[in-house]
Design a binder for this molecule. Structure first.
Ligand code: NAD
Length: 490
């Protein structure tokens, strides 16, 4: 079953109930596959966000008073419900993103695994004991929830993005307001349905639909929101950090990337080409961890490029399980990609393959871009330094390892990085010196797992890591408890 019937209007979830925006406003959601409107979405504004935050604030005392183990049990019930309804959940993801059902099912499986992992953290919400310089004194840390967590997410992998934030926030004892991405409202809404079916009490998870300025920004300014966790672009993240910082709210930022994949002269070129293509084009390049800068040693440059181009020309683009990747998420993003490519051409870059919208009868109306390799772009050109977030990647030629490392690090971003080499020396030196939150050897620039900390350096984030157990640091306070005792009083 991979068809999903959208409701006429996707509502919010506030205090355990579905509701429209208080002004009854809606906006259109378009299918990336056909370009046609598939549903309307509640257009929430400050008043709706305020109601959602109030509901979360009211639910906090009861949810935070449950033991972490009991909260973990509820998370496990949600993960089980997701598993029972996995096909339908994947169908929702596929229908609103245009990715294949197979890709959506894999993403859904990852989101369920994350729920199971975080459910287990309910039994491991460890603190530390520590020594004291003073005799007869003990100290230990315990984790405490922060209060209401405001969660704002991007559309690219919608159910993974929901799971990465909601599960760790909840197991720590926070109540939540999730601002769904405007391009993937149905996944968040359906997750809300499953969570409530699984027994999550009303008000613990509120989901607000709407546009960034109208429904995201009020969540960041609301003084009742103790922590803002954001996944999205660096430009918006910077603004969120400014606003949250002005009221000293905690803030976790998972932002963009322009991730390098280095191919050395001793690499297995077939394997490197396979991973370069996957890193650049899987999910239509809409990954923060996409490999968008492929840096190749001069002595193998032509051979590797020809392999890459041949592989790329064999890719098929469309919404089916037989296709390699699907459309990009909306018409504006597609237009921005085509404009960026035009500017790159004008600045002297060469489009080796792709570079155009696919609009033949098989792709009519859809937001499809042919997989694109760009050559001859200067390392400091706009196309080399700006995230495209689509199936577009650049090739660069370097003389040796030192130049490759220097170019890999010559970026405002620092999310992930990868090297292909048979040399242990190159591999270790690269992982040691590359400026990134994740460094990979002989695979792709993406592929983090639920138990691994993920996040970037430089303009890819503000130093937090989600998920993994490190996500618990985002969503809890450490309290140091100190106890003095007197053995003479026993
Ligand atoms: P975006 O920043 O435009 O939007 C992300 C979310 O923020 C959306 O829900 C949007 O409505 C909301 N938003 C927009 N303006 C806002 C404002 N002023 N205040 C509050 N909320 C606001 O990003 P996008 O184009 O939808 O997503 C793509 C970006 O996300 C890319 O840069 C990508 O690299 C990044 N991303 C990062 C990670 C990561 O883990 N590092 C994962 C996925 C995506």
């Amino acid at each position: 079953m991979n068809q999903f019937e959208f409701p006429h209007t996707i509502p919010n979830w506030i205090d355990g109930c579905e509701s429209g925006s208080s002004a009854s406003e809606t906006f259109a959601k378009f299918s990336p596959v056909t370009g046609k409107e598939i549903c309307r979405v509640a257009r929430s504004r400050t008043a709706d966000v305020g109601r959602a935050v109030r509901s979360a604030a009211n639910a906090f005392s009861i949810w935070s008073a449950q033991t972490p183990v009991a909260r973990g049990d509820v998370l496990m019930a949600i993960a089980r419900t997701m598993r029972c309804r996995q096909e339908r959940l994947a169908a929702v993801v596929a229908a609103e993103t245009g990715m294949s059902f197979k890709a959506a099912a894999a993403e859904t499986a990852g989101a369920i695994a994350l729920g199971e992992f975080m459910a287990g953290e309910g039994r491991r919400l460890y603190g530390r004991t520590t020594t004291s310089a003073v005799p007869n004194k003990w100290a230990m840390t315990v984790r405490e929830p922060l209060g209401v967590a405001g969660l704002i997410i991007a559309a690219n992998t919608p159910i993974a993005n929901v799971a990465w934030k909601v599960f760790p926030a909840l197991v720590c004892g926070n109540t939540t307001v999730l601002k769904a991405a405007e391009d993937t409202p149905a996944t968040a809404w359906f997750f809300g349905q499953l969570a409530h079916e699984a027994g999550l009490p009303p008000g613990v998870l509120n989901i607000v639909q709407g546009l960034g300025e109208e429904a995201g920004a009020p969540l960041v300014t609301d003084p009742r929101v103790a922590v803002v966790s954001f996944t999205g672009s660096t430009a918006v993240g910077r603004e969120i950090a400014r606003v949250a910082g002005s009221r000293l709210a905690r803030c976790s930022l998972e932002l963009g990337g322009k991730n390098p994949l280095v191919v050395c002269d001793d690499a297995d070129l077939e394997i490197a080409a396979q991973w370069a293509v996957l890193s650049a084009f899987s999910n239509a390049g809409q990954r923060c961890a996409a490999g968008s800068r492929v840096i190749v040693f001069d002595s193998i440059y032509e051979a590797f490029r020809d392999l890459l181009v041949a592989r790329t020309r064999r890719l098929t683009v469309g919404p089916g399980d037989e296709h390699d990747f699907g459309p990009v998420i909306n018409a504006q993003q597609l237009e921005a990609m085509l404009t960026a490519l035009e500017r790159a051409r004008t600045a002297g870059a060469v489009i080796r393959t792709g570079g155009f919208r696919l609009d033949d009868s098989a792709h009519a109306g859809g937001f499809y871009l042919a997989p694109t390799w760009v050559e001859n772009a200067a390392p400091d050109a706009e196309i080399s330094t700006t995230e495209i977030f689509g199936p577009v990647a650049c090739l660069y030629r370097v003389n040796d390892f030192a130049e490759a490392l220097e170019l890999a690090n010559r970026s405002p971003y620092g999310l992930t990085a990868c090297i292909h080499t048979r040399s242990i020396h190159r591999a270790i030196e690269f992982t040691r010196r590359v400026q990134a939150g994740a460094a990979v050897v002989n695979a792709g620039t993406y592929g983090s797992e639920p138990h691994m900390p993920f996040g970037g350096v430089k303009q890819s984030g503000n130093g937090t890591r989600e998920p993994g157990t490190e996500a618990l640091d985002v969503y809890s306070n450490l309290k140091n408890i100190i106890m003095a005792f007197d053995p003479n009083l026993t």
